[in-house]
Design a protein around this ligand. Structure first.
Ligand SMILES: [Fe+2]
Length: 461
């Protein structure tokens, strides 16, 4: 129906109903979005409360969507509770052919992929923390601003969104004396996923296709079941779904894949969900598993001139802790588990053919660049989850490094500020990076050339 005739129909309906508000036919779609997966394949994904998949309309042609996961609720693993008991949903998907102009499902327009995305948004660590002794006020958009960040990032009109992992944080029940999170669903069922991610992310999911990295919050013992059902772009496989602990050796890992950006550049997305920041002993099977990840990243990097790694855990960035007794601040470096595993293959820890690494996990924004041949690292774990508040220095003493052997040349950080990062390509190996606050106001600006970067402000206040 054309818009004008639809308006006329709406007006007639209002008159017939005595000017009561018009209620459109109920939609069962909980979320509809587009992921970019292996080799840049775009996939339309729909999560619906309906019993059957809706058709996907691409350039005016209807095509069926296949069932990714049948209508069901996520079964609770042993010892886990989902409250409310996980709502049943159906997950559907269909590829969107490259070069498509429009895509639509259930009356909603979907973003179509661009062969050469020029405007990229990077976000990470977006959920509302409900766990242990840490309870964020999920009901207060000032305390849990992901929906504001998502709307501001959507207003940037990106061609592509990169999420560097940790989507799901509502693990424990909100305590009765915390009205700020009262009523929140918790556990690993769809309701907690919807409250933490699909609902607040809605505007940004509608704005552009997404590349999604897997965080430690999405390993099998946490929200891995939802990760495989809803977000991972690759085929759903029984046994890799994190449903049964005996299959976690499969479900906790996946191989790296590349997403072409055009013009000789590509992203290499790798799964680090099950690493351990304390390190991995030689006897730990994860050490060999992540060494294999290194080799596969290196192999993928051979096909492009400019490679950008995308994962959850930074290897080349700092975090800071403050001693509760003395107030003394100490810095910690890159993920020790990955440094152990990657270091078994390469004393430099990362293929030299990868120039930049985008990560999250540490709840801040940060940039590092090195005089040694290590990639420039950006950390964008500042998009919704309660922030780290211990400041990072403007520079570090000689010898202080996030990864042994890497010599820090420049660094920049923003602590206790929520927002998103943008990347715009300015040359074959050059990027303009902006750091935006939750309202879309610019707080810092960086340039990337090859594997080096430099930012205007060392410590954003
Ligand atoms: Fe994390």
């Amino acid at each position: 129906m054309f818009p004008s005739s639809r308006l006329a129909a709406l007006a007639a309906a209002s008159i017939l109903a005595g000017c009561a508000a018009y209620t459109p036919a109920p939609s069962h779609t909980e979320s509809a979005f587009v992921l970019i997966g292996e080799n840049g394949q775009a996939i339309a994904r729909v999560i619906t409360a309906a019993q059957a998949c809706p058709p996907l309309q691409v350039d005016g042609h209807l095509m069926p969507m296949r069932v990714r996961v049948p209508y069901s609720s996520i079964p609770a693993r042993a010892g886990q509770v989902h409250t409310p008991p996980s709502s049943a949903v159906l997950t559907c998907e269909a590829p969107i052919p490259a070069g498509s102009f429009t895509a639509q499902v259930d009356g909603k327009r979907l973003p179509v992929p661009k062969a050469e995305p020029h405007r990229i948004v990077v976000i990470g660590d977006t959920g509302c923390r409900l766990k242990g002794k840490d309870f964020q006020d999920c009901n207060d958009p000032k305390s849990f601003p992901f929906s504001t960040v998502a709307a501001s990032a959507a207003a940037f009109k990106p061609d592509l969104v990169i999420h560097v992992g940790d989507y799901h944080y509502r693990e424990d029940p909100c305590p009765s004396d915390r009205p700020g999170c009262a009523g929140s669903p918790y556990g690993y069922g769809f309701d907690a996923w919807a409250a933490d991610f699909f609902t607040p992310a809605r505007t940004l999911l509608a704005a552009a296709p997404w590349v999604v990295a897997r965080g430690n919050h999405e390993n099998c013992t946490r929200a891995g079941q939802g990760w495989w059902r809803y977000l991972d772009p690759r085929p759903f496989e029984t046994g890799r779904d994190c449903d049964k602990p005996e299959n976690d050796a499969t479900g906790d890992y996946s191989d790296p894949y590349a997403v072409p950006l055009g013009g000789g550049a590509q992203l290499i997305v790798f799964d680090t969900a099950n690493t351990n920041w304390k390190g991995l002993p030689k006897t730990d099977v994860r050490r060999a598993r992540y060494a294999d990840t290194y080799r596969k990243v290196e192999a993928l990097a051979k096909v492009a001139q400019y490679n950008i790694g995308v994962d959850h855990h930074p290897l080349f960035a700092f975090g800071a802790n403050r001693d509760a007794q003395t107030g003394e601040i100490t810095l910690f470096g890159g993920d020790k588990g990955l440094l152990d595993a990657f270091g078994d293959v390469d004393p430099g820890y990362f293929p030299r053919s990868v120039s930049m690494l985008l990560s999250g996990h540490v709840h801040l924004w940060e940039q590092t660049s090195f005089s040694t041949p290590h990639p420039t690292q950006f950390v964008a774990g500042f998009s919704g989850t309660a922030e780290d508040i211990v400041p990072l220095p403007a520079s570090v003493a000689p010898g202080q490094t996030p990864a042994p052997g890497a010599i820090v040349e420049t660094m920049s950080s923003w602590i206790d500020g929520f927002g998103f990062m943008t990347m715009e390509r300015t040359g074959p190996d050059a990027w303009r990076v902006l750091v935006m606050d939750r309202d879309g106001k610019q707080r810092n600006s960086c340039t990337v050339k090859g594997r080096k970067s430099q930012c205007e402000v060392a410590q954003v206040k």
